[in-house]
Design a protein around this ligand. Structure first.
Ligand SMILES: Nc1ncnc2c1ncn2[C@@H]1O[C@H](COP(=O)(O)OP(=O)(O)O)[C@@H](O)[C@H]1O
Ligand SMILES: [Mg+2]
Length: 303
């Protein structure tokens, strides 16, 4: 992948030029190059790309909010790639405490030393830190980040020095609002981010995503899979089904297993239909699937 995909999507020339300048301003150490992700797919969505690039250029942090599989993580990966920065993935779950983020005491050669946490490593190397599912974390775990996320740009490690963020450091939080186990983010934290609401997928984007992952698939089959996704999304919007089966990740998984020779309907059962555990809902999903993916289809109808 190179940066041509930005031009192809008509991302503003001046933003692309500014990205170029940013990369010149912050050349990357040789030993950091392997930490720069090489995304499997470009992020599709000009407006979202422009918003996020503009915010990061100006030193802002980003909070990506949206439903599952709306491309939050793939966008974060793309941004690290675009800016040419190492990426640090920091998963948030209920047991993450502030020490796990910034660093903990550890014994090395019979001495107590600091084992640096991901946030500290990210800050030292001017990385892009991705706080994945940030709203799963306890607020007090996150409060240690406040000074890192605002104009102060520092991390205070209790018992050790405070470190200053490398000027290329940025953070991106992702969140899936309202899911089980999520917490309301406190306002003080949210105010340290620019927020992007990830849009639901449109037909063109879904087709493009499937085509990028499966360039060898038959056009007509991809149209049916795209149609299936749009049908399910519409039913979910009308509250006839939940969003469980509206899952582009599951659709990609189904197509992969079809490549191995599995019958398309079985593959779609695993990737899509069976994600609804409620039998009534599953029947509705099965009906929708039947109209799109004929029972007698084989691998050759798809690839
Ligand atoms: N706009 C998009 N551009 C490219 N790929 C996308 C986009 N939206 C979703 N995807 C694809 O959907 C899948 C799930 O994306 P991911 O970033 O993991 O979602 P999230 O983190 O929002 O749950 C990935 O395979 C990704 O490539
Ligand atoms: Mg994700």
């Amino acid at each position: 992948m190179n940066l041509d995909f930005l031009k192809q999507q008509n991302v503003s020339e001046s933003l692309i030029k500014d990205v170029d300048n940013f990369r010149k301003q912050f050349p990357l150490d040789e030993n950091m190059k392997r930490r720069v992700p090489n995304p499997p797919i470009p992020f599709y969505g000009k407006e979202i790309l422009e918003m996020s690039i503009a915010a990061l250029l100006k030193g802002e942090n980003l909070l990506l909010s949206g439903g599952k599989a709306t491309g939050k993580n793939i966008l974060a990966e793309n941004l690290a790639y675009i800016f040419g920065r190492p990426s640090y993935n920091i998963s948030f779950h209920v047991n993450v405490d502030s020490a796990a983020l910034v660093g903990t005491d550890t014994f090395i050669d019979n001495e107590v030393r600091l084992r640096k946490g991901m946030v500290t490593l990210c800050a030292e190397n001017g990385g892009l830190g991705v706080f994945d599912e940030i709203n799963m974390a306890k607020n007090d775990a996150v409060s240690v980040l406040h000074a890192a996320l605002d104009y102060r740009g520092i991390i205070d490690i209790p018992g050790y020095d405070r470190i200053e963020l490398h000027p290329a450091t940025r953070f991106i939080g992702t969140m899936n609002y309202g899911y089980a186990g999520t917490k309301e983010l406190n306002e003080a934290l949210v105010s340290r981010f620019m927020v992007i609401n990830m849009p639901k997928q449109d037909e063109e984007t879904v087709k493009l995503i499937l085509k990028t992952y499966f360039p060898e698939a038959k056009e007509k089959a991809l149209d049916q899979f795209t149609g299936l996704f749009m049908d399910l999304q519409l039913k979910a919007e009308h509250s006839e089904i939940s969003t469980k089966s509206v899952d582009i990740r599951g659709m990609i998984g189904a197509l992969k297993t079809i490549q191995t020779g599995l019958k398309p309907t079985s593959a779609v059962n695993m990737g899509i239909t069976n994600k609804s555990f409620d039998i009534f809902e599953r029947e509705i999903v099965e009906d929708i699937v039947m109209t799109r993916i004929p029972e007698d289809w084989t691998r050759d109808d798809v690839f």
